[in-house]
Every structure is written in structure tokens, then in C-alpha cells.
Design a protein around this ligand. Structure first.
Ligand code: FMN
Length: 359
């Protein structure tokens, strides 16, 4: 465990420890996607970790799927994010913004102009989604044209520029959890017959183009990517070629020299070991549901350079300090994960607060 409190290299940055806040959607931005001052307080509270990866953030209006998620493509968004990045820097940590284009995982009711979602192919995820009128079936998306694919790559580029203008240390491209980039990987969501469908190389093409464009725009050292090999969220099935697609993808991304790969480790040890071998820069590993006593295990084993944590960081602003002292984490209030205000967001106590005498 002690190794987690040593510095790590992330691009040109040096993090003070090897603990990373995993990106978590909290659905508390203004309806136009501008994040609020409350978000600045929330992230700054968690600056005991070496790197904060901010919640999924749409790179364009078309990329939005859920209500009240932040954007990073207008001047107002940039102004909102400036409050967050400066609060995190003042509190002594670093922040990357996760660029999340949801693709088909979207409901028109949740987007500013009620637009139909886009995806590699016109195949609905057979899933439901929360809207202000309750749960609704996700409608069929339309397939992106080749011209629109190029424009979407540019949207990521533009969003990355806006993120850096807002003071972010970098961006994390969301290639995981069933959203647009992973939709291209999965043969049951991508039945294209052009250069973006069919072979492994073709299905990985969009991810590589996005990574290349973002790295060209803001520098590879400020570009990370999140991947979740084998994830079936949003109804995706990567099929028997899935692991080989990731092996190929890692090789191509490695040539770009990105700052990090952030892996959702869902149990395929052989594949993750191959990814470690094929990846030269920082590897951040997230094992969903990992217990506090197992924090640091992947770092000690030489698999990960850093480890990320979601729920514990959400509930426990002083996560790093509590790990040091062996104190328990705060229990989660799942009812306040998404939406609302300060409750369940900025009011989780630190140990120091909890032990302060009541006045
Ligand atoms: C409330 C909540 C929101 C999440 N939103 C995102 C997101 O926006 N982007 C993402 O890549 N993962 C998201 N995740 C997944 C987390 O980043 C993480 O992978 C997951 O919670 C497992 O790690 P943990 O067991 O440490 O929480 C979310 C998880 C939670 C609990």
C-alpha cells in the first residue's frame, strides 16, 4: 500500500500519489451544460488524490445523452470549467476532463434540441433511459455518414482545445462503457461495410482517429483514453475477436505516445497483462468494487502505475487520508448519485469534520 503514496508520471505531470478519482457523472450542470460553482467545491474537496478525472462531458450537442451533464464546447462551458480547474489546482491536484460522446445511448428528450442520436449503425441498444418524464425506451439512432464521422472527430478535437483553454491539465477520451467509441468496436452495434466496420482495424479506426486528432491539438502528453475491454453496457457484444481488437488498438495508441490508458479491468487477466506489455506510458487500472484493503495491489504487482476509484471517492472526500490511517469510508447514498444539489455531493464529511465537537 505504501507505494500508492509515491509520485507518478502522467504525461509531463508528476502526481503527488498514485490515487486517481475515476470519472463519475453527477448530473448537476445547468441545463445548457455549464458546470456550477458547486462542482468546483466538490472536486476541490477531493484534491487529496494525485489526479482527478472529471465526469463524462459532451464534446458537442450531438454527444449528449443524459440530462444535466456538462459540456465543453461553448464559451460558457469554458467559463464554468475554469472555476473547477482553478479550485483543483489551488487545492494541490491535477484534473483531466473526460470527453464522452454517448452515441446511441441517448434519449432525444435529454438533448437541447431533441435530436435523434447517432451511432455507427442504425441499431437501438434495447435499453431504457431516465428522462424528466421517467424511464423511456431508447429509440433507434441513425448511422453516421462518412462526413459526419470526420466532423465528430473534429468535435473531439475542438472540445479538447476548449478543455485546455478552461485550464484542464488534459482530457480523457471516453472509449469505454458502451458509448460511441466502444460502439464502433462491437459487431452487434457496428455493421458498417465501409472503412469503419468489419475487420478489427476498421472497427478500431474511429478510436485511433479521435486519439490522433486530440493529441495533435493539445499534445499527446495531455491526452488519455479510457477503455473497458469486454464491457457489455448498452447491449454491446464485442465477440470472440474483442481481445485481439484491444491488442491491436493498444499497439496503435502506443505509437501516438498518449499520457495514459485508463482500463476498466473486468477480469480478463491475460488481456490486461498483454495491454501492460504493449503500453509504454502510464497505465491506470480501475477494478470495480475493489475493497479498501486491496488498494495498491495492482501497483505493487507491477500491473498498474496508478489505480482509480469511483464510489469511495464520491462518498469520502478525504479518501487518501483515510487509507493512510485505516479509517472506514463513508457509506454511499445512491439516491443522490445523479441530480440535485449539495446533498450527497459536497456534504459528505471528512474524518476531521465528523470528529469535530458539535457546537
Ligand atoms: C455515479 C457514477 C457515475 C459514473 N459515471 C461515469 C462516467 O461519467 N464516465 C465513466 O467512464 N465511468 C463512470 N462511472 C464508472 C466509474 O468511473 C468506475 O469505473 C466504477 O464506479 C467502478 O469503480 P469503483 O468500484 O471504484 O466505484 C460512474 C460510476 C458511478 C458510481
Amino acid at each position: 500500500m505504501t507505494k500508492i503514496f509515491t509520485p507518478a508520471k502522467i504525461g509531463k505531470l508528476k502526481s503527488k500519489n498514485r490515487l486517481v478519482m475515476a470519472p463519475m457523472t453527477r448530473s448537476r450542470a445547468n441545463p445548457d451544460g455549464t458546470p456550477t460553482q458547486l462542482a468546483a467545491e466538490y472536486y476541490a474537496q477531493r484534491a487529496g488524490l494525485g489526479l482527478l478525472i472529471a465526469e463524462g462531458t459532451q464534446p458537442s450537442a450531438q454527444g449528449q445523452g443524459y440530462i444535466f451533464t456538462p459540456g465543453i464546447y461553448t464559451d460558457a462551458h469554458v467559463e464554468g470549467w475554469k472555476q473547477i480547474t482553478s479550485a483543483v489546482h489551488d487545492a494541490g491536484s491535477h484534473i483531466f476532463i473526460q470527453l464522452m460522446h454517448v452515441g446511441r445511448t441517448s434519449h432525444p428528450d435529454n438533448t437541447p434540441s431533441h435530436i435523434q442520436a447517432v451511432a455507427p449503425s442504425a441499431i437501438a441498444p434495447k435499453d431504457q433511459m431516465f428522462t424528466l418524464q421517467g424511464m423511456k425506451p431508447i429509440p433507434e439512432p441513425r448511422a453516421l455518414t462518412l462526413e459526419e464521422i470526420a466532423r465528430t472527430v473534429d468535435d473531439f478535437r475542438n472540445a479538447a482545445r476548449h478543455a485546455v483553454d478552461a485550464g484542464a491539465d488534459g482530457v480523457e477520451i471516453h472509449g469505454a462503457n458502451g458509448y460511441l467509441i466502444q460502439q464502433f468496436f462491437a459487431p452487434n452495434a457496428n455493421v458498417r461495410t465501409d472503412a469503419y466496420g468489419g475487420s478489427i482495424e476498421n472497427r478500431a479506426r474511429f478510436a485511433i482517429e479521435v486519439a490522433r486528432a486530440v493529441a495533435q491539438e493539445i499534445g499527446a502528453e495531455r491526452t488519455g483514453i479510457r477503455l473497458s475491454p469486454g464491457a457489455t453496457l448498452g447491449g454491446l457484444e464485442e465477440g470472440p475477436e474483442g481481445p485481439d481488437l484491444y491488442r491491436y488498438l493498444i499497439g496503435e495508441l502506443n505509437k501516438l505516445g498518449l499520457a495514459y490508458v485508463h482500463l476498466l479491468h473486468l477480469g480478463n487477466e491475460a488481456l490486461v497483462a498483454d495491454i501492460r506489455k504493449g503500453w509504454s506510458n502510464a497505465l491506470i487500472v480501475n477494478r470495480p468494487g475493489r475493497a479498501p484493503q486491496d488498494v495498491g495491489v495492482d501497483i505493487t504487482a507491477g500491473l498498474a502505475d496508478l489505480e482509480s476509484y469511483g464510489q469511495f471517492v464520491l462518498t469520502t472526500p478525504d479518501f487518501a487520508e483515510r487509507l493512510k490511517s485505516g479509517a472506514p469510508m463513508n457509506p454511499a447514498n445512491k439516491a443522490t448519485f445523479y441530480g440535485g444539489g449539495a446533498e450527497g455531493y459536497t456534504d459528505y464529511p471528512t474524518l476531521a469534520n465528523a470528529m469535530a465537537p458539535a457546537l
